[in-house]
Design a binder for this molecule. Structure first.
Ligand SMILES: Cc1cc2nc3c(=O)[nH]c(=O)nc-3n(C[C@H](O)[C@H](O)[C@H](O)COP(=O)(O)OP(=O)(O)OC[C@H]3O[C@@H](n4cnc5c(N)ncnc54)[C@H](O)[C@@H]3O)c2cc1C
Length: 301
C-alpha cells in the first residue's frame, strides 16, 4: 500500500512548481553557488567526512558554457586548497564536452586535471549511461598515461564491468568508485535483478581487494554494506585502501557512525549549482519514504 501511495506521489511531484520542489531539494543539494558548497564541505569536514564536489549539469554542447564550467571546476580546486578543505571533484564527461566530441572532452579533462595536479588533488570521472562507457574508459586510459590524479567510476549493473576493470593497465595505480549504476539500460547489457547486481558488486569489490586497488564503495544498501564489511575483514584490508561513499542528504546516520567506529573513511558526494531541479527529483524519487519525507519538509518551513 505504502509503495502504491509513493508511486502515485512520484507522478504528482513532477507537476509541482520548482519553487515548491526547492524546499525538498535542500536536503540533497548544497545550494546554487560555490560559497554554498564550500560551507557544506567545511561542515562535513569538521564532522570527520571527506567530500567530493560536483557541479550539477550534463549533456552540455554549447562550447562557451563548457568553457565556463571548466573555469569553475578549476576555481573549485583553488578554493578547496585556499580553504584547506578535504575534498576532491567529480565530473561528468557530458558536462565538459563529450556530446561535442571525444577529443574535445579529453582536452577538457586534461585542462582540469592540470589544475588538480597543481593542487595535489584528485579528479573523479563520473560514469554516465552506457552510450558513454567506452569513451569514458578511454579518456581515463589517456589521462592515466601521464597522471594518476584521476580515477573512473564503474557500475556493477553492467555485464561488461568486471572485464573492463581487468583490462585496465597499471591496476596498482587505479583508484575507482564502484556504484550499482543509475541509468535505464537494456537487459542485453545490464543486470536488472537486485541480488545479481549485488553479487556482481561484491565480485568486483573482492577483485579490488585481491589486487590492491583503491576503491570507493559507493552505496546506501545496508545489506550490501554488511557484506562489504565481511570482505574487508576476510582480506584484512588496510582502511587506507578504500573509503565508503554516500550521496549528500541520503539518511545513513547509523551506518556513518558504524564506519567511523571502525575507523573507515567516508566521502560524501555533494552537488551544487543552478541545475539542481533534475538531480533533486531523481533523489526524491529514490527515497522509499517519499511521501513522509515531503510532508515533513513542508511542515518544517
Ligand atoms: C557517492 C556516489 C556516487 C555515485 N556516482 C554514480 C555514477 O558516477 N554513475 C552512476 O551511474 N551512478 C552513481 N551513483 C548512483 C548509484 O549508481 C545508485 O543509483 C544509487 O546510489 C542507488 O543505489 P544504492 O547502491 O544506494 O542501492 P539501492 O538498493 O538503490 O538503495 C539502497 C537503499 O538506499 C536508500 N536510498 C537510496 N536513495 C535514497 C534517497 N534519495 N533518499 C532516501 N533513501 C535512499 C533506500 O532505503 C534504498 O533501499 C552514485 C552513488 C553514490 C552513493
Amino acid at each position: 500500500m505504502v509503495s502504491i501511495i509513493n508511486s502515485v506521489f512520484i507522478t504528482f511531484i513532477k507537476l509541482l512548481p520548482r519553487s515548491l520542489v526547492s524546499i525538498f531539494a535542500k536536503q540533497y543539494v548544497a545550494g546554487e553557488h560555490v560559497d554554498d558548497v564550500l560551507k557544506v564541505t567545511k561542515k562535513l569536514n569538521d564532522s570527520g567526512y571527506r567530500v567530493t564536489v560536483d557541479i550539477l549539469g550534463e549533456h552540455f554542447s554549447d562550447q562557451n558554457e563548457i568553457e565556463n564550467i571548466i573555469s569553475e571546476y578549476s576555481l573549485l580546486y583553488k578554493l578547496i586548497e585556499k580553504n584547506k578543505l578535504d575534498a576532491n571533484i567529480s565530473i561528468k564527461p557530458t558536462h565538459i564536452g563529450l556530446d561535442v566530441s571525444y577529443d574535445y572532452c579529453l582536452n577538457s579533462f586534461k585542462n582540469i586535471l592540470k589544475t588538480a595536479e597543481k593542487y595535489n588533488n584528485f579528479l573523479r570521472i563520473d560514469m554516465e549511461s552506457s552510450k558513454a562507457t567506452d569513451d569514458t574508459i578511454k579518456i581515463y586510459g589517456e589521462l592515466a598515461k601521464n597522471s594518476f590524479n584521476a580515477g573512473p567510476v564503474f557500475q556493477a549493473y553492467l555485464n561488461r564491468t568486471y572485464s573492463d576493470i581487468q583490462n585496465i593497465e597499471n591496476k596498482e595505480k587505479l583508484n575507482f568508485r564502484l556504484c550499482k549504476g543509475i541509468y535505464k539500460e537494456s537487459p542485453d547489457i545490464a543486470i536488472a535483478d537486485y541480488y545479481e547486481v549485488n553479487k556482481n558488486y561484491l565480485k568486483i569489490l573482492e577483485y579490488a581487494f585481491q589486487n590492491n586497488i583503491y576503491i570507493g564503495i559507493a552505496t546506501h544498501d545496508k545489506t550490501l554494506i554488511d557484506q562489504c564489511y565481511e570482505l574487508i575483514r576476510k582480506y584484512n584490508v588496510d582502511p587506507e585502501m578504500f573509503e565508503f561513499q554516500v550521496l549528500y542528504g541520503v539518511p545513513m546516520d547509523d551506518y556513518l557512525k558504524k564506519h567511523r567506529k571502525n575507523n573507515y573513511n567516508v566521502r560524501v558526494y555533494v552537488p551544487y549549482g543552478k541545475q539542481w531541479y533534475e538531480y533533486s527529483i531523481r533523489r526524491i524519487k529514490e527515497n522509499p519514504n517519499i511521501l513522509l519525507y515531503v510532508l515533513k519538509n513542508l511542515f518544517k518551513q
